[in-house]
Each structure stands twice: as structure tokens, then as C-alpha cells.
Design a protein around this ligand. Structure first.
Ligand SMILES: NC(=O)c1ccc[n+]([C@@H]2O[C@H](COP(=O)([O-])OP(=O)(O)OC[C@H]3O[C@@H](n4cnc5c(N)ncnc54)[C@H](O)[C@@H]3O)[C@@H](O)[C@H]2O)c1
Length: 363
């Protein structure tokens, strides 16, 4: 019997690909329940992954099942209700992103977690990926000098463009979802994870593709309307102290060869590769004489590559279990997530008003 009992709420593409297969490999944990409002999906996941219980709502899970940690992997608009139900019932929670859609709702979740003395971990995972952790150590050691700016691209062709997706992707284009909450969230977590909280925000946005055609699964060939929210964002961030950032995000880039992330320092640069499930060692350019002639090298020539033997997108479970067993804060904090939620939820003020807005939250 494993030590920690885990329930997965939302049995869609991500849960089937990343959570169910990896739970027992990531920590001393086992999956005890699969939950989905489409009961066939919960049942199918339970059968496929040998999970002993399945339910068709989070309320049924809470009423009937003995579990310790819930992973909310449901569709974005469902997160707040699921998260509040889990936290109020006194269970630990790992939430897929974004955990809520406004700062006030996120604050309510944070306070409910505190009031119920439970741990709350928020995806995305970037501050604990092997490549970003190596970059942070390189920065801390002064190898690229004072960090001046950061540039991040987090975009793809749209969820309907994925050739492996089986479910209807149209919810990604509706209210309470969109490219900002699905893709921008990654870039914003990466850049704020490196630079710290942003102080000011500016943005240009566009709705480039107002109708799209699904490319796979039962919905192959189906046309969907995609004009409710922008699909293209260029975001400018001011971190104070003459440090700035640029984020390019959306559902508008069918392919790209841009590095997903580059960090520019006074004496060098760190350049990342697409993670591809492996989080490759980044490249480092340094101009400091103590590191030899100026030029590109691999990050592991400067700092040790400490990646765990088994690292997947199920790593928030390792973070949660570590926080529980050592009674410490998780690395993937809800306060960081709330700052990113403020940036995302106030983005429209910047692009509609053509102005820079001052941000209020921090972490
Ligand atoms: N971190 C990443 O890199 C990454 C990548 C893809 C998706 N995601 C996130 O994972 C989540 C799921 O995305 P997906 O691609 O698997 O979507 P999906 O549409 O394939 O699956 C979502 C599932 O949630 C279920 N659901 C909806 N409301 C529910 C509720 N109230 N209770 C229980 N189940 C409910 C749906 O029936 C569906 O089966 C989203 O939050 C998305 O942002 C994260």
C-alpha cells in the first residue's frame, strides 16, 4: 500500500498522458480514483490504469472516497469550483493552470487552503524543471552577470491543430479559457520565475483566425468559431530596476524555430530548447574572462545537472509529497500563480486601453 492516496479530477488528454501513468512512479503514491463529469471518461481511465474507483463529480469523490491529494486536471472553467470543493473538504490540492480566473477567486482558494491547513500546489511546473533550475543556478553564480531582460515564446497552432487530441477542443476558445490562460500562463510563469514579480504590464493583441478546422479524433474536419478572444499576444513586462521582458504567446504559430526562452545578462546569455518531455540542458554564452574565450557552451559545463532520474509533468506530485513529508512550502506556490493570474486577467486593460497598467500582487 502506498503512503499517499491520489484522486485525479478530469480525465482528458492531459490526465491520461501525464498523470495516470506517472503517479506511482513519481512518489510513494497510488491513484485511488478517477473523476470526470463525462462518466465514460472516468470509467475508461479507471479501467485503463487499474484505478479502483471512478466517480462522475468531485462532490461524489469527496463523499465516497478515502483520498489525501486531489489533482484537478479538468477543463479551465471548472477549476475554481473543483478547487474550492477539494480545499473546503480538507484535502490537499494540486491544481492545473490556471487555478482561478481572477485574483479575488485565487485569494479565496489560498485562504481556504490556509484555513483548512492543507497544502496547495499550482501548476505550471517551470520553476522546478531541470533546465530552468540550471539557469537559475547559473544566474545566482553570476556567470551571465546582472540579468537585464528575458524573452519568451509560448505559442502553438491551437488545440484543434494537435493531431493527437480526441476530445472537442472548442472550450479552449470560449469564455473563461483562451490562449492567454492556456499558453500565456506558461510564458508568464517562466519569466516571473526568473525575474520575480512584474511591476507594469503592456500588451498588443489580435484575433487572427476567427474560424478553425479540427485536425484529429472524432472532431476531425469540424469547423469551430474562434473569434471570442484574441489568439495572438505580444506582452511587455517591466520588472523594475531597468529590467524588462517580452512574451510572445497565443494559438497563432503553426510552427516556430525561435528558442522558447532566452535570458540576457550584462555578461552573457542563456538560451533554452523546446522541452520535448526531456528539458534539454540550455546553452550558455559568457563573456567573462574566467570562463575562457567568449562563446557558447552547455550549461552543465558551469553547474551540475541535478535532474532527478524520473522527471515528468507529474512532478507537482513530488513537490506536494515533499511539502507534506517535510512540512514546508511547495516550490509551485499559489502566490506565484496568483501574480500570473493578475497579469492574465488584466491583460485586456492593457491592450484595449493601449496603456501600461500597474500590477498589485507579488510573491
Ligand atoms: N501544463 C500543461 O502543459 C498542460 C497542457 C495541456 C493541458 N493542460 C491543462 O490541463 C487541463 C485539462 O486539459 P486537457 O487538454 O486534458 O483538456 P480535455 O478537454 O482533454 O480534458 C478536460 C476534462 O475535464 C473534464 N471536466 C470538465 N469539467 C469537469 C468537472 N466539473 N468535473 C470533472 N471533470 C470535468 C472534461 O469532461 C474532460 O474530460 C486544463 O486545465 C489545461 O489548461 C496543461
Amino acid at each position: 500500500m502506498a503512503k499517499w492516496k491520489v484522486a485525479v479530477v478530469g480525465c482528458g488528454s492531459f490526465a491520461n498522458g501525464q498523470y495516470f501513468p506517472n503517479i506511482s512512479k513519481t512518489a510513494d503514491a497510488e491513484c485511488v480514483a478517477a473523476v470526470d463529469i463525462v462518466p465514460e471518461r472516468a470509467k475508461a481511465a479507471a479501467e485503463k490504469f487499474g484505478v479502483p474507483n471512478w466517480y462522475s463529480s468531485v462532490e461524489e469523490l469527496i463523499e465516497k472516497c478515502d483520498f489525501d491529494i486531489a489533482i484537478d486536471a479538468a477543463s479551465i472553467p471548472a477549476h475554481y469550483d473543483i478547487n474550492m470543493a477539494v480545499l473546503r473538504s480538507g484535502h490537499h490540492l494540486i491544481s492545473q493552470k490556471p487555478a482561478a480566473l481572477t485574483v479575488d477567486l485565487m485569494t479565496e482558494e489560498i485562504e481556504t487552503a490556509k484555513a483548512n491547513n492543507v497544502k496547495f500546489v499550482c501548476v505550471p511546473i517551470h520553476v522546478m524543471t531541470p533546465d530552468q533550475m540550471m539557469a537559475m543556478e547559473i544566474i545566482e553564480k553570476g556567470i551571465i552577470g546582472r540579468v537585464l531582460s528575458v524573452k519568451c515564446v509560448s505559442a502553438h497552432g491551437g488545440p484543434e491543430y494537435f493531431q493527437g487530441r480526441k476530445n472537442d477542443p472548442s472550450w479552449f476558445y470560449g469564455a473563461d479559457a483562451g490562449a492567454m490562460f492556456d499558453m500565456g500562463v506558461h510564458a508568464l510563469h517562466k519569466v516571473t520565475g526568473i525575474m520575480g514579480p512584474a511591476k507594469r504590464l503592456g500588451c498588443m493583441a489580435a484575433t487572427g483566425m476567427r474560424e478553425r478546422i479540427c485536425r484529429s479524433g472524432a472532431f476531425d474536419g469540424v469547423k469551430i468559431k474562434t473569434d471570442y478572444l484574441p489568439d495572438t499576444y505580444y506582452i511587455a513586462l517591466d520588472f523594475g530596476g531597468d529590467r524588462v521582458g517580452l512574451v510572445d504567446t497565443g494559438f497563432h504559430e503553426r510552427a516556430s524555430k525561435c528558442p522558447p526562452l532566452e535570458i540576457y545578462g550584462e555578461n552573457g546569455v542563456i538560451s533554452f530548447y523546446d522541452h520535448g518531455g526531456k528539458w534539454p540542458v540550455p546553452d550558455v554564452y559568457t563573456d567573462l574572462p574566467e570562463y575562457g574565450p567568449r562563446g557558447w557552451k552547455k550549461a552543465d559545463e558551469f553547474v551540475e545537472d541535478k535532474r532527478p532520474e524520473f522527471f515528468t509533468q507529474c512532478c507537482p506530485l513530488a513537490d506536494m509529497v515533499n511539502a507534506l513529508e517535510n512540512d514546508c512550502e511547495p516550490m509551485l506556490t499559489p502566490e506565484h500563480a496568483r501574480h500570473v493570474i493578475e497579469i492574465m486577467s488584466r491583460m485586456h486593460e492593457a491592450y484595449e486601453g493601449g496603456i501600461f497598467i500597474d500590477l498589485k500582487t507579488t510573491f
